[in-house]
Design a protein around this ligand. Structure first.
Ligand SMILES: Cc1ncc(COP(=O)(O)O)c(C=O)c1O
Length: 401
């Protein structure tokens, strides 16, 4: 008998998009994964996490295992508020929501703020995890280019003026990565941050400010968050994934008490893992966060320098890139006629993976870009990986001329 039950009856909410990013990256052990936007496993505070996990059980005992947890969630929230203050964010406890990674915070913000058919404006290029979430929310997505100072706010403004004039839809949400953009590596200038927040008030939309790499600053200072210019109009997100470990699965959102209350309602009365929060709280008792962060910064900065030197040595002026002042990514611009997707397989055959630029755009564009990550591999592998990547490129070039 044929079944009339359709197993997945949400074609729009579960778009049949091919996997992108790390989900698509090969796990073959002979491939150097410059495609992974993943922290180095060696950078986890491993011994301290072992001690913190034991302490969470020993000190907080059975309470730490209850739905509400024990002291951990409160202490984690306090830590978040203290770090947010470094970015000129003032957040009361009712304005902070701890989530299962910042990916869940993007999802809950989308659920709280978007109706199907609402318009979401994103950067070009942008983070594909967020794009999938907006697609699942059945949003209409439009993108705006970035340059060395981040999203081109004057283009956003021109589009807002035009939409108002024509009576076409204005955005409900603008999604933006202000620091060490994934994949662009650039940061949004303070002037553009302020202007973007002003536009959000003028045109009545929300900004989703995704600051996953906020702490990993290799040069320069913390800049004020967009949130600091528009606390009623911005939902700020960040995460423990890059500074402790992604397996902890904890991130957070900061917003107006009203937005946070609405996002919180999707937890249906529960919380993001209270046991993980208990462990993080214990970790911060025994680990000096500033010292830990300094070690991470030294490590990733050194890896970045190795990759930058290797790229210059292998490619000379053949590729253009900005040296990122933080985060995990180098965004390479090849000559316009190059299609990086056309040598991704050959590169894998030579033992290196990277992500073709077109995966980071909502429109069919960006074919001559590539994203490399220097976070996961050790320095020797980075040098070898870049040499293999350059071989694949040269072979592609020789084939097509
Ligand atoms: C820009 C950006 N936002 C969000 C995330 C999701 O991070 P989390 O592990 O906190 O869910 C990532 C992960 O790579 C990211 O690059």
């Amino acid at each position: 008998m044929t079944s009339h039950l359709k197993p997945f009856a949400f074609p729009k909410r579960l778009p049949a998009a091919p996997p992108v990013g790390a989900a698509q990256a090969s796990s073959r052990s002979d491939i150097i994964p410059l495609s992974y936007g993943t922290p180095s496993s060696d950078a986890f505070p491993y011994a301290e996490l072992q001690a913190a996990s034991a302490a969470a059980i020993l000190h907080e005992g059975r309470d730490a295992l209850q739905y509400a947890g024990a002291g951990g969630p409160g202490r984690v929230q306090q830590w978040i508020a203290e770090r947010a203050a470094l970015r000129s964010i003032q957040a009361a406890p009712q304005q902070i929501l701890v989530t299962y990674g910042s990916q869940q915070a993007i999802d809950y913000a989308a659920r709280a703020l978007l109706e199907p058919g609402d318009h979401v404006w994103v950067e070009a290029p942008t983070y594909f995890g967020a794009v999938s979430t907006f697609r699942a929310a059945e949003a209409v997505i439009t993108s705006f280019p970035i340059d060395a100072q981040g999203i081109q706010v004057e283009r956003v403004e021109a589009a807002l003026v035009e939409a108002s004039r024509q009576g076409t839809p204005l955005p409900k949400l603008l999604y933006c990565m202000p620091n060490f953009h994934n994949p662009g590596g650039i940061s949004l200038s303070p002037e553009r941050r302020e202007r973007l927040a002003q536009l959000a008030y003028e045109y009545n939309f929300f900004i989703l400010e995704d600051d996953a790499y906020a702490e990993l600053v290799y040069e320069g200072q913390h800049l004020p968050a967009i949130y600091s210019f528009g606390p009623e109009r911005v939902v700020y997100l960040s995460s423990f994934s890059k500074i402790i470990a992604p397996g902890i699965r904890l991130g957070w959102a900061i917003g107006s008490a009203e937005v946070i209350r609405n996002m919180n309602s999707f937890f249906q009365g529960s919380k993001a893992s209270v046991f993980s929060q208990e462990i993080v709280a214990q970790l911060f008792e025994h680990l000096s966060f500033p010292e830990h962060l300094q070690r991470l910064i030294e490590r990733y900065k050194s890896s970045r320098n190795v990759m930058v030197d290797a790229l210059r040595e292998q490619f000379g002026n053949e590729v253009q890139f900005q040296v990122p002042a933080g985060g995990f990514f180098i965004w390479l611009a090849f000559p316009e006629d190059v299609r990086t997707s056309e040598f991704v397989q050959d590169a894998a055959g030579r033992g290196v993976s990277f992500l073709p630029g077109s995966q980071f755009f909502v429109e069919p564009e960006g074919g001559h870009y590539a994203r490399l990550s220097f976070s996961y591999c050790n320095e020797e592998d980075i040098r070898l990986g870049i040499a293999r990547f350059a071989e694949a490129y040269r072979s592609y070039k020789n084939r097509t001329v």
